[in-house]
Design a protein around this ligand. Sequence first.
Ligand SMILES: [Zn+2]
Length: 293
Amino acid sequence: MECSGVGLHSGAPVAMRILPAAAGSGIVFRRTDLDGFEVEAISRNVARVSYATSLMKKGVLISTTEHLLSAFIGLGIDNAMVEVDNLELPILDGSARPFVEMIRKAGIRKQRRSRKYLKILRELEMREGNKFIAVYPADTYSVSYSINFPHPLIGKETFEVELSNGSYLKHIAAARTFGSRQDEQAMRNMGLIRGASRENCIVLTRDGIENGPLRFPDEFVRHKVLDLVGDLALLGKQILGNVVADRAGHAMHTALVSRILRDKSLWEEVTVSGEETEEVASSNSRAAAGSAL
Ligand SMILES: [Zn+2]
């Protein structure tokens, strides 16, 4: 399973390949351009977080991980090896949909190991100015996200979704990232969006969008849910809890993850009967999975 594209922030060309991985290994990135150096998609490796979430281990960077990790959670993939030959994942169309399609085409396989969930037992609320993020106990994974963006097409949007039962694929996966024409030059000057184009993000103008139509009328807030799901994947397990966010961003999402992991009284690890871990299957999965099971 392969694709190639450019990184949104670095503009770097990158080829990516997703391979099956043994039960219990989680999601691991491998830099094929750096002797196969591996960086696990876990909170401990979170690096700079501003416009995207990046991982770093011993100085080796994997940038903009959130959309692919979001697709993995949405599809129920627990284990995968992701090979890239550069420092940033491809942005493709700016959503998680191309990743979802790519993984579905290769197939998904159950592994003979019970899936371990991180079940939230106590609430945790974090505030930073007018930004808010919290998690509350629940038996399933659900998200409620609000944004308030001063633009005639956006304003205040709230989106609530129960992420099990296929709703991620239907309501979240296709929502694209967005940026505004007005901020463009400043961001380009700072080297933050070298790979941005009308093909990989919604471009907002002063009173509309340049590259319509939108995929959903509230595509913006849905993309925030997509990002949140991808950042929460850094817990290393699927979560059972209700996450509420208001004007949060990558920095707050990943701060929530590290606070949860640090305080073991907030959660317990549980299995749900009949729920097994899943991995990506692919044409060469047989060989790779031989050692997996
Ligand atoms: Zn995003």
